[in-house]
Design a protein around this ligand. Structure first.
Ligand SMILES: Cc1cc2nc3c(=O)[nH]c(=O)nc-3n(C[C@H](O)[C@H](O)[C@H](O)COP(=O)(O)OP(=O)(O)OC[C@H]3O[C@@H](n4cnc5c(N)ncnc54)[C@H](O)[C@@H]3O)c2cc1C
Length: 294
């Protein structure tokens, strides 16, 4: 029997539990704010509209440990996924939650949130970033149609790598409903070099990424405002009140309310992002700017 998600149209929170329910939410609403577990809320601008809570689209859809590939619902919690993958000797190569602690970047997070707003992590230099692990995904577009791109083949050379556009798009191109991920052997996971200097739970934080030659200088400039650092990925987690200067093209930073997010992209990439959004979400339905109160 079809079960309509609550608050199908208008403001409120809806929690679809199937792809067809999610597509219906998109068709029925003019403005849709996409939410995973909200662990990265501090890095996102305020949005207004009907909130689509993706955590109902949860669980492993298929797992092929011998091929090191998994397909999961976008609302799957990363902590739960890592536990299930560990049982078959695989993982996503993120630092172990126990060694990292409740970092301001947000734990546990969902797979959809990781894909839509990937931040630097402590094993990036050795194992790559979310961008390297996403082999394919399904995306609910602004008209409610479901688009699929990529495949489970690790060496897929057919067609454009459309899924790469969605990675880091912060929910502006469509809603990621499921993701195909390439896995990593658990026994080969390198130790992380991440150092946490204070408990970050609940703290506002700024993340700074720089080229290797600037890392030590920035680290000493930040001084007591340094919360955590990772030499492998040249990343610093700092108090957002502390001014950090990075020359253009030599790094980037992201802070509360998405501060600095666009600095991470060159002019060409920003233009590509603008045009892609116009093509995929011409009415600006997903994660729209808040409407000014009259
Ligand atoms: C052990 C461990 C280590 C981790 N290490 C890191 C790390 O180093 N770096 C890192 O970046 N993450 C890391 N994560 C993941 C981290 O927890 C992220 O915070 C998480 O992936 C964000 O998910 P969220 O659901 O809370 O996102 P939210 O805060 O809910 O959303 C973030 C943004 O993504 C958009 N979004 C969310 N879901 C979707 C969707 N389905 N479709 C389209 N847009 C969507 C939202 O609109 C918003 O703009 C780690 C997780 C674990 C368990």
């Amino acid at each position: 029997m079809h079960r309509a998600p609550q608050a199908m149209a208008g403001r409120g929170v809806v929690k679809p539990v199937s792809l067809s329910e999610l597509a219906e939410v998109v068709r029925e609403n003019e403005r849709v704010v996409i939410r995973g577990s909200s662990s990265k809320r501090q890095f996102c601008e305020e949005r207004s509209g009907t909130v689509a809570d993706l955590t109902g689209l949860r669980g492993i859809l298929s797992l092929e440990p011998e091929d090191q590939v998994v397909e999961v619902g976008a609302g799957t919690l990363l902590s739960e996924l890592q536990e299930e993958l560990a049982e078959v000797g695989t993982c996503l190569p993120l630092p172990n939650a126990k060694s990292v602690g409740p970092l301001g970047a947000g734990f546990p997070g969902t797979v959809g949130g990781l894909v839509s707003l990937p931040l630097p992590h402590g094993l990036e230099a050795q194992c790559g970033s979310a961008r390297d692990w996403v082999l394919g995904l399904s995306l609910v577009r602004s008209d409610g149609a479901v688009a699929r791109c990529g495949s489970k083949a690790v060496k897929n050379v057919a067609g454009y790598d459309v899924q790469k556009l969605v990675i880091g798009a912060r929910g502006t191109l469509g809603i990621v409903a499921s993701v195909i991920l390439r896995l990593y052997p658990l026994r080969a996971l390198p130790p992380t070099e991440f150092e946490q200097l204070r408990d970050l739970s609940g703290s506002a934080v700024r993340i700074v990424r720089c080229l290797p030659d600037a890392f030590e200088r920035l680290k000493s400039e930040v001084g007591d405002a340094l919360y955590a650092y990772d030499p492998a990925s040249c990343t610093l987690w700092t108090d957002p009140q502390k001014e950090v200067r990075i020359e253009p093209g030599r790094g980037w930073r992201i802070g509360p309310s998405g501060e600095g997010f666009n600095d991470a992209h060159s002019g060409n990439a920003s233009e590509l992002a603008r045009r892609t959004r116009l093509a995929l979400d011409p009415l600006g339905k997903f994660n729209p700017e808040p409407v000014e109160a009259k």
